[in-house]
Design a protein around this ligand. Structure first.
Ligand code: XBP
Ligand code: MG
Length: 239
């Protein structure tokens, strides 16, 4: 019997990348006096790298050949500071309450709880970002619905490595066969499968919907109500 559901965050619980993370990265770049700007297309390519700090490092390597870190800072410190500023912008953006959960997510969470299924999160994003998303929905206490929230740098290797899912399994004290994962990306699916977990893919994310999900247990195009209008099923409105 299914005992726990483990959710990815970005692209799965909500559509956070293009109008959330991307905007926050660009705001941090501008604050730091950098002339970097990540367009939607550029960001789509950069999403191959999971984790914001790792994504900035990739951008510097690929797109800024002559870039020199400002004096007195190591490259790692520079990236960490820039990323911290990005997190600040992201949290502020989510605080405005414009990023709803995808259609059907809240219903699924409620039904799982009613059925006694435990809930967890496994994400590469920074813990503050998860809190900001969950605390800015019209559902007081939503954060506490998740028994385990494993996020960001708590494991040394981010998705597609299985580490974050293994950490969640350890904390839940469950075996992979007791759980199922809901993900939206090939990296997320690879991570979950690497931990021996059955994975359901929701292909709502504009950036990941055409990836190869051949190894997933199930691929669906929404978690919402089948007869809801397209703009609602697409996750534009809260579920
Ligand atoms: C999501 C990510 C995250 C966010 C940025 O991947 O890759 O890095 O884009 O968050 P997944 P941070 O949905 O597979 O977990 O900047 O806080 O790292
Ligand atoms: Mg995702």
């Amino acid at each position: 019997k299914l005992q726990a559901l483990i959710f990815d965050v970005d692209g799965t619980l909500a559509d956070t990348e293009r109008d959330g993370h991307r905007i926050a990265f660009n705001a941090a770049f501008s604050d730091a006096g950098l002339d970097w700007h990540w367009s939607e297309d550029c960001y789509g390519d950069l999403l191959q790298v999971t984790g914001g700090k790792e994504r900035i490092a990739r951008y510097i390597d690929r797109h800024c050949p002559g870039f020199v870190v400002p004096d007195g800072q190591t490259r790692a410190d520079f990236i960490a500071r820039l990323h911290q500023a990005k997190t600040g912008h992201y949290v502020q953006l989510l605080g405005q309450g414009h990023v709803p959960l995808r259609c059907g997510v809240l219903r699924l969470l409620r039904e799982a709880r009613a059925a006694g299924i435990r809930l967890a999160i496994a994400t590469t994003t920074t813990p503050e970002n998860v809190t900001a998303l969950l605390d800015n929905q019209c559902e007081p206490g939503l954060r506490e619905w998740f028994e385990v929230i494993a996020a960001g740098d708590v494991v040394p290797r981010k998705k597609p490595a299985p580490d974050i899912f293994m950490r969640v399994l350890e904390q839940l004290e469950l075996e992979p066969a007791d759980c199922a994962v809901i993900e939206d990306s090939d990296h997320g699916a690879a991570a979950a499968l690497g931990a021996g977990l059955e994975t359901l893919i929701v292909t709502l994310s504009h950036y990941t919907r055409n990836q190869d999900f051949g190894r997933a247990a199930l691929v669906v195009d929404q978690l919402g109500e089948p007869d809801a209008p397209e703009e609602i099923r697409g996750g534009v409105l809260a579920g």
